[in-house]
Each structure stands twice: as C-alpha cells, then as structure tokens.
Design a binder for this molecule. Structure first.
Ligand code: ZN
Length: 512
C-alpha cells in the first residue's frame, strides 16, 4: 500500500508505543509465572514507570497532530483500511488524553500491589485483608471513569466497559442478560431436576500433571496454535498474552484430580492464542508487519476475543466429534483407567451441569450465570450502591438466588477472580458477549461446512481456523464488533444461537 509521509510517521509512533507495551506485557507475564516473591515491590515500580512511558507516547502532542493531519488527508481517507486505522487511533488517542499520567501510574502501581494482596487473601480465605486494596481499586476506577466522562445515554460503569467493548452500554447488556438468565436458570433446573446426570467417572480419572501437559500441547497444536511462536506455562489464574509479533504466551493450571479443568482452560487460552497469532502482526518475511502496533493489527474487542476462546473450548472441545479424535490420543497419555471409558461416556462427562462455585471451572449452562452475578456486583460497586465491606454478603446472597446453593467461603466466592484486584472493572460482561458471538459464529461455520463434525472427528479443525482467520483475525479493528458480526453471519448479535446450542446439546445428554 502506498503510504504518504504523515501516515507512515503516525504508524511509526504507534509501533514504538506498541513495542513499549510489549515490554510491559512481558513484565506482567513474568510476574504471574516465574518472578520470585521478593521482586514484588520492584516489579510494581517497573510496571508503574512503564505505564507512565507508554501513556506519554500514547498522548504525545505529535501523535495528535499526525492523527488530525491524516483525518484531513484525501488519499488516506480514500483508502478504507487506512481510514479505519486512523478512525480507531483517534478513538484511542481521545481516551488516553483524558487520563492524567499520574492516575495511570497510580492504577498500575496500586494494581500490582493489590494483585499480590489478592493472591495472599485468596489463599488465606481472608476478605478483610483484601478489602482495603479493593476499596482503593474501586476508587481509582471511579476516578478513571469520571475522567473518561459518562457516555451519551449511559452511566459511569459504561465508561469503564468501553475500554474492553467499545460503545457497549450496561442497560443494553442487561436487556439481553435478563431474559437469557431466566431461560438459562430454567434450563439448568430442567436438566438437574428432570434429567439423568451423566456418569462423572471419566472426568474424575486421576492424571499426573506431566501427562496433562503433554496432552494439552498436542491438542493446541491440532487447533493450529503455533508453538514456535508461543508457549504454555503454569500460573494461578490462566491467561493468554499476545506479547509481541511471533510471541504469544499461554498459561494454565493443573489439578491431578480434575484434568478437564486444565484441558478446557488450556483450549480456552489457546483459542485466544490463535486469534493473537492470526492478527496481521507478522509480515511474510517473519518481521513485524507494516501495520504492527496500529489498530489494524489489534484484536477487535474482548467480547470478540472471548468468542474465539469459548468457541474452541465449548463448541469444539466439549463436542462429541472432538473426543472421537482426541480419545485414542488421551488413552495413550492417561492410561488404562481412562481408556476403559467409551468416547460417548467421555463426551457426556465433559458436559455435566453442576451448581458449582468456581466460574472458570463451571459448565457451559451455568457459566453465564456466574458472569451475570459479577456484572451486577461491579456495576453496583462503581455506581456506589454497594459498599466494599458488604461485597461478600451480597455475593453469597445473589449466588444463592441464582444457583440455589450456599457459598462455603470467600475463596470460593468473591475472592476467586483476579480481575478486580488490578482494576478490571467492566470486563466481566465481555465473557458472556463472547459466548453469544461464539454461538452465532459456529452456526455460520456449520452452514458453510455442513460436515464439520466429520472433519473434526478425524482431527481436521481447519474449517474453524480458516473461517475465523477470514472473518475475524485478518480484520484487526477494521470494523466495529457489531459490523464484524453482521458481515460474518448476516445478522446482528442475538441470544438465540446460544440457547439453541445449549438446549440442542445438553437436553439429549441429560435425556430430557
Ligand atoms: Zn478468556
């Protein structure tokens, strides 16, 4: 593509900022994986200095001048890709310049320490120890939201959510979540009260960590995750970090008595990973591409990101066809205790529905209920309607309302997730948006490839990867999430495909 001087100078500045960001991400990854505990205070300072430097770059006056010049430039505006790139840069710039550097540094510094406090509090099941840190992070988040300003027709919480899902509004999300919650609660009740639960035998087979790790690597390679441009490590809270072009890091956690937790966690993160690897960050020559560091090489939104992870985890990994391919390989890794079960028994046990406490280990039917709980609570904390000290009680009460069981302790209640400790407020709803997108995308994939299950049963997962590359990964932030969904599936986002998927799969498994 022909570039003029202003546009290429702009992309050069964005690339430098992205390179600084990649260093900060590497520090974050290291903190979560290998850093000794003694490094905590220094790492907080490192993170804070990096956040300040990145913020300076992202808000520089020169960047603003170049964006304005490109908005006036007829050649740039006549080129759809470049015009979209400038539109997204304007969006980021306007947001970044609304935040004072001091606040950005404080969020990073306090967030890093609060995350450490959260880890200790969760381990000790001690909410009181975390409460002052959460209070600080909620206050800082509210300050951040006030700097952004309340968007048209929205509320303070929306300003935070916008960082993860551009233009999303809590009231619109609530309008989708409320009927979905009712239908999901009814489905869960029907399955558990009228159905027959599958034999949980296969999921309870004890598998040593080393075997789980070897099998996990085999599965993610089959998905198309490139291990020459990525790696898989262990951590407390699994995540994926697209650190730099050619360097995407996944983490998972292992429990010898629950291999499916790690397997589906690994597939989930690898779903994020294939998206990161599929974004046009690397050129044909293996060097960072021309658009690296600009929105065209960036993931669209967290909801879209989550559609990729949940898609692989649930629509592929929890399907019968996946186990037709994976079972003989798992038998070799897991041994005779596992091998004695049939493909169908393993498939059914991968779809047990339970009223359980931990979101990341929950099944497809209850998962969104866990998300809706957090959405309601964080929205209330940001609005100032819920005092931090009342969080555990409110969590437990709402949990009982929604899932019908008593939360035994805060470690399995409001202390289970890392997000709030480092200021990720407004992030949770993107998980359910991701499930909704995933369901709609998989209906489109199946329409294009009617023999999808036959192919997956032989280990050929290319139809999923190719469709995702073409309709999602290649596009970066070229379109809004709503446009992307409409172009890829011909329809606006709707909860119906997810409900069709869950009912279509789980009712036969439970015989109702
Ligand atoms: Zn995820």
């Amino acid at each position: 593509m022909a570039t003029n001087g202003v546009y290429s100078e702009l992309c050069g500045l964005k690339r430098e900022a992205a390179t600084l960001s990649s260093v900060a991400h590497l520090l974050g990854w290291d903190q979560e994986t290998y850093m000794p505990k003694g490094g905590t205070a220094a790492r907080a300072e490192q993170s804070s200095v990096m956040a300040g430097l990145i913020h300076e770059r992202e808000t520089s006056a020169r960047l603003g001048e170049l964006i304005a010049a490109c908005e006036e430039d007829k050649d740039v505006q006549a080129d759809g890709d470049r015009a979209a790139n400038v539109r997204e840069m304007r969006r980021d710039y306007d947001k970044a310049t609304k935040l004072p550097g001091e606040l950005v540094r404080e969020l990073a510094n306090t967030g890093s320490r609060a995350q450490d406090a959260w880890k200790a509090a969760r381990k000790a099941n001690d909410f009181k120890a975390f409460e002052p840190w959460l209070t600080k992070m909620v206050d800082l988040s509210r300050t951040k939201a006030e700097c952004y300003g309340i968007p048209d027709g929205g509320e303070l919480y929306d300003a935070l959510m916008d960082d993860y899902e551009a233009d999303a509004r809590a009231k619109d999300i609530e309008a989708v979540f409320t009927p979905l919650r009712e239908k999901l609660s009814a489905l869960v009740a029907e399955l558990l009260e009228n159905g027959t639960a599958p034999d949980p035998g296969p999921r309870k087979v004890r598998v040593p960590q080393a075997q789980q790790h070897a099998f996990g690597l085999r599965v993610i390679e089959q998905m198309g995750f490139d291990l020459k441009a990525g790696r898989l490590d262990t951590t407390t809270h699994p995540f994926c970090e697209g650190i730099a072009p050619g360097d995407t890091r996944l983490t998972t956690r292992y429990d010898d008595d629950y291999f499916m937790g790690a397997l589906y966690g690994t597939m989930h993160e690898a779903g994020h990973g294939v998206y990161e690897q599929g974004l046009p960050k690397v050129g044909a020559d293996g060097e960072p591409s021309d658009v690296y560091g600009t929105p065209l090489a960036d993931s669209r939104s967290l909801g879209i990101h989550e559609s990729q992870s949940r898609g692989w985890e649930n629509f592929v990994g929890r399907g019968r066809a996946f186990w037709q391919w994976a079972k003989p390989i798992a038998d070799e890794h897991f041994g005779p205790e596992f091998a004695k079960y049939s493909v169908d028994e393993v498939y059914r046990s991968a779809n047990v529905v339970e009223r359980s406490f931990i979101r990341v280990e929950s099944d497809e039917a209850t998962y969104n209920l866990h998300v809706m709980l957090r959405f309601g609570l964080e929205r209330a904390m940001i609005a100032g309607d819920l005092a931090i000290k009342d969080l555990p009680g409110e969590w437990n009460e709402r949990f009982k309302d929604m899932l019908g069981v008593e939360v035994p302790d805060d470690a399995r209640g409001c202390l289970q997730d890392v997000h709030w400790s480092f200021g990720l407020m407004g992030y949770f709803p993107t998980y359910t948006l991701g499930n909704l997108y995933a369901a709609q995308f998989f209906e489109a994939i199946r329409a294009e490839t009617p023999d999808l299950d036959d192919r997956i049963a032989t280990g050929d997962m290319s139809a999923v990867l190719d469709w995702s590359r073409k309709h999602i990964h290649d596009l970066g932030r070229r379109y809004t999430a709503a446009e992307m969904c409409e172009k890829a599936t011909g329809k606006a986002l709707s909860p119906e495909p997810l409900l069709r998927h869950l009912e279509g799969k789980l009712k036969p498994v439970y015989g109702v």
